[in-house]
Write a protein that binds this ligand. Structure first.
Ligand code: DQA
Length: 157
C-alpha cells in the first residue's frame, strides 16, 4: 500500500461505458469516457491523489482487476454498468479486494426500469452516487478521499 504517499484511487468501468458520448446521450450524457477521465485526473491532482483507470466489457477481466487491486489501491470508484444488476462475481471480487469503494452511475438507475433498481454491490460499498452524469465520478473521488481521510486510511491527510 502506498499509505505514506499520495492515495491511489482505481476507477473501474464496466461494459458499454467505452462508447459513452454516442451511447444513448439523452440518458448518459455527451461526455466520453476520455472526457470523464480528464476531469477526474484534474480533480485528483488538486486533491493530491493518484489515479488508475480501467474499463472492460468482460466480467472476468473486471474480476481480475479487482483481485489485483487488493493491497495496492487505497480506494476504488466503480461503475459496473450492466453488471451492477447481475454480477455476484464482481461483488465477490470487491469483497476480496477489501478496499473502500464508491459505486457510481451516470444515470439514476432507481428512476428507470425495475431491473435496474437492484445492485449486487450496494451493501458492500461505502456509498453510491447516481444521476449526475460524468460529474458523478468527480463527486465520487471527492467523497472517497474524504472518507479515507476520516477513516485514517491516508497518512498525513
Ligand atoms: C449505468 C446504469 C446501468 O443500469 C446501465 O446498464 C449502464 C450504465 C449508469 O452509469 O447509469 O450501463 O451503470
Amino acid at each position: 500500500m502506498k499509505k505514506a504517499g499520495r492515495p491511489l484511487i482505481l476507477f473501474v468501468d464496466g461494459p458499454n461505458l467505452n462508447v459513452l458520448g454516442t451511447r444513448e446521450p439523452e440518458v448518459y450524457g455527451k461526455m466520453t469516457l476520455a472526457d470523464i477521465r480528464r476531469e477526474v485526473t484534474l480533480a485528483a491532482r488538486r486533491e493530491g491523489a493518484v489515479t488508475d483507470f480501467f474499463q472492460s466489457n468482460h466480467e472476468g477481466e473486471i474480476v481480475e482487476k479487482l483481485q489485483e487491486a487488493r493491497g495496492r489501491a487505497d480506494g476504488l470508484v466503480i461503475n459496473p454498468a450492466g453488471y451492477t444488476h447481475t454480477s455476484v462475481a464482481i461483488r465477490d471480487a470487491l469483497l476480496y479486494a477489501g478496499i473502500p469503494a464508491v459505486e457510481v452511475h451516470l444515470s439514476n438507475p432507481s428512476s428507470r426500469e425495475p431491473f435496474r433498481r437492484t445492485s449486487t454491490i450496494e451493501d458492500v460499498v461505502v456509498g453510491r452516487i447516481a444521476g449526475f452524469g460524468g460529474f458523478g465520478y468527480v463527486l465520487a473521488l471527492s467523497a472517497l478521499l474524504n472518507h479515507l481521510r476520516e477513516a485514517g486510511g491516508v497518512a498525513g491527510r
